[in-house]
Design a protein around this ligand. Structure first.
Ligand SMILES: [Zn+2]
Length: 267
């Protein structure tokens, strides 16, 4: 059974221990809904607690997604926290990407990472639904653009300077397997309203990976193993941001610096 397989993987990787509190990011996409089901399964069997975090970026259609995630969490009986980006920042997606002149996709994933950890600071573990295709496409894109020193995607488990552990239970699970499992369970996710879905370079890499997998079974897992070998595992950010306390490479983290710029522009 899929849930049991993931539970065994999580235990073998020491992703949680008895008494841990886990915060899982639930975007409303099928992978995150599967993560929600896995969390429920684990809570019922092990001595752990789990809660969900949904980030509403204020993009068109985000209210529908939020309502869907609320219903999903309620059905599972798991507590949900919602962070509304637009209310807090004064600007939502994709406007903020335009204002900051950044790629909407990478900005969005940066914000997801940041806020999951920010709200996860009072938990022992934060879990994300990244699957094999997410990880390989990210690593491959980085390798192809000359960046082979990266931390979080090289390992299914990463310790952070603020004490909370970041885990990826679906590290070795291909995207189509998650889609299958979601379908079997009658999960039909709402469209996330992500405007850049088809344009991101990693999306094109994912298409390529799937094509190759059909021709060469095991293509993605083998590629992942090679990328792990050639990559330089760096520690997670070594400092704490003086302002927000989140892991940072400099004195002030990049999200706090972006906030300053947005404040100037919006006010
Ligand atoms: Zn900061």
């Amino acid at each position: 059974m899929f849930e049991e397989k993931i539970r065994m993987f999580m235990r073998s990787q020491h992703m949680y221990k008895p008494g841990d509190k886990i915060l899982a990011g639930i975007s409303g996409g099928k992978d995150s809904l599967m993560l929600g089901l896995v969390m429920k399964y684990i809570v019922e069997r092990d001595d752990v607690e789990a809660e969900f975090l949904h980030i509403n970026f204020g993009q068109p259609g985000s209210e529908l997604v939020e309502a869907y995630v609320k219903r999903f969490s309620k059905d599972l009986g798991i507590k949900l926290h919602v962070y509304r980006f637009k209310e807090d920042w004064g600007v939502g997606f994709p406007e903020i990407a335009t204002v900051l002149r950044k790629n909407a996709c990478s900005l969005c994933s940066q914000m997801l990472r940041y806020y999951l950890l920010y709200f996860g600071r009072d938990y022992d573990v934060v879990a994300t639904a990244h699957n094999l295709d997410d990880i390989v496409s990210f690593l491959l894109y980085n390798a192809a653009t000359g960046n082979t020193s990266y931390s979080s995607s090289l390992k299914p488990v990463l310790d952070t300077i603020i004490g909370v552990k970041k885990v990826k239970p679906f590290y070795y699970v291909p995207e189509e397997r998650l889609a299958d499992e979601a379908k079997k369970r009658g999960i039909t996710p709402v469209p996330t309203g992500c405007p850049s879905e088809d344009e991101a370079p990693t999306v094109r890499i994912r298409r390529f990976l799937k094509e190759m997998e059909r021709e060469v079974p095991g293509f993605r897992k083998n590629l992942l193993r090679t990328l792990i070998r050639i990559g330089t595992p760096t520690d997670s950010a070594p400092n704490k941001c003086e302002r927000c306390g989140m892991p940072s490479y400099g004195r002030i983290c990049s999200v706090c610096r972006m906030r300053d710029r947005i404040k100037k522009i919006v006010s």
